[in-house]
Design a protein around this ligand. Structure first.
Ligand SMILES: Cc1ncc(COP(=O)(O)O)c(C=O)c1O
Length: 401
């Protein structure tokens, strides 16, 4: 064991300005939802290029609310990738739906559109309700292609962009399409967990260009309660208490719970941190790309390592994932040298919960092959050149002795 500072695979960066903004929020009148929520939503939707954004408690809540807003219910089937955090699939189970996985593309590690197409072709129309593609590692999935396929079968799309704020792909017309901008997906979701590009402690966001879905999400985020007079259902005089006779307006206190929602609110001080972090998001992307480029160069031509094919312009590089020979040996060697890589992900279909639903080894060979070799190397904007050199040298020392 060395006495070097530990190097994790990912970490947050909290600046003096972030702290000042959070302290200002704590000193204000608002602890739970206050003016910083709307300000964060406005800044985030502008950054992504979507019309609307809804801030929520975490990325999992964002997925759950999205599935609810799209009316996922018992018996409905939804397709997603096995190589993602379990929450991408679990949101369907929360609503009583059924998760169907489709295998990954072994080059990109993303949900393979051809595998999704095969599933759809093999089933009667109406079998599937939607698709949840994931911009895994920060590599933007081609949403234009998924939209075309989804439209053919009348499906909705939730883009899980937790790894890719600021990432983009280039569409068939040569335009940059920023992940989650809502041009191709119905809803997109983000997480502000500390290892993500923007950290709020816990936090999440849903983006969309659909006004109706946006309004539904606002109500679902807070118990299914609405304070909007135009949508009240109960009689105005009854709401006022009847005693004073027929009423001409709803009383000031009045609100209605019109459907079953949740408390998935973000707090104002978390939003203060998010707003402050968002200002550095582009600088973070630039640094992440530099780090990726240095890894690409360092490992070019190595027979014991392969990665996502080359450096991609719109990649948001949340993770730098490689496939290596003897992954366990390398992992232990790095740990012994105070470097802490991680594995993203254990295939969701082989988690005991999903095995109980009928999935078993061999179901998704590309995902399982990827899992047996994948390792996420340190990737975060404050990783120094010297630290990265040390990581690279330590990897070389394992294979070359
Ligand atoms: C791809 C993906 N989806 C969903 C989530 C869930 O986000 P959260 O941890 O904020 O609930 C994560 C976070 O780890 C994620 O990486």
């Amino acid at each position: 064991m060395t006495d070097r500072k530990p190097i994790p695979y990912g970490r947050q960066h909290i600046s003096a300005e972030d702290i000042e903004e959070v302290v200002a929020a704590l000193k204000s009148d608002f602890l739970t939802q206050g003016p910083r929520i709307a300000a964060f939503e406005k800044a985030f939707s502008a950054y992504i290029g979507a019309s609307y954004a809804v801030a929520v408690a975490n990325g999992t809540a964002a997925l759950h609310l999205s599935a609810l807003a799209l009316k996922v219910c018992s018996g409905q089937k939804v397709i997603t990738t096995p190589i993602t955090f379990a929450a991408s699939a679990n949101c369907i189970k929360y609503c009583g739906g059924e998760v169907v996985f489709a295998d990954i593309d072994p080059q990109t590690y993303l949900l393979d559109i051809e595998k999704v197409r095969k599933l759809l072709q093999a089933s009667p129309d109406g079998t599937y309700a939607g698709i949840i593609p994931v911009d895994f590692t920060g590599l933007p999935i081609n949403m234009e292609a998924f939209r075309e396929l989804a439209d053919e079968y009348g499906l909705w799309i939730i883009e899980d962009s937790c790894h890719a704020p600021g990432g983009y792909f280039v569409d068939s017309k040569g335009n940059r399409q920023i992940c989650g901008n809502g041009n191709f997906s119905d809803l997109a979701i983000f997480s502000f967990h500390p290892v993500k590009h923007i950290a709020c402690g816990e936090g999440g966001m849903i983006t969309t260009n659909d006004r109706q879905l946006y309004e539904r999400l606002l109500t679902l985020r807070t118990h299914g309660i609405t304070r909007s007079q135009e949508s009240f259902v109960n009689d105005m005089s009854w709401a006022s208490g009847n005693a004073a006779g027929p009423a001409t307006a709803y009383p000031g206190w009045y609100m209605e719970m019109q459907e079953l929602g949740y408390n998935y609110r973000l707090t104002d001080f978390q939003a203060a941190l998010g707003i402050s972090q968002l200002k550095r998001a582009d600088a973070g992307l630039v640094r992440r790309k530099e780090i990726a480029l240095a890894y690409c160069r360092a490992f070019e031509g190595c027979p014991w390592l392969k990665g996502q094919s080359g450096l991609t312009a719109g990649h948001a590089y949340h993770l730098y994932v490689v496939e290596v020979d003897d992954r366990l040996g390398l992992y232990n060697h790095l740990k012994n040298n105070n470097i802490f890589p991680q594995v993203h992900y254990i295939p969701t279909h082989l988690m005991p919960y999903y095995r109980q639903q009928g999935y078993s080894p061999g179901d998704y060979p590309a995902a399982e092959e990827f899992y047996s070799h994948c390792l996420s190397l340190p990737m975060y904007p404050t990783l120094t050149d010297a630290e990265q050199d040390y990581v690279i040298q330590t990897i070389y020392s394992y294979y070359n002795g």
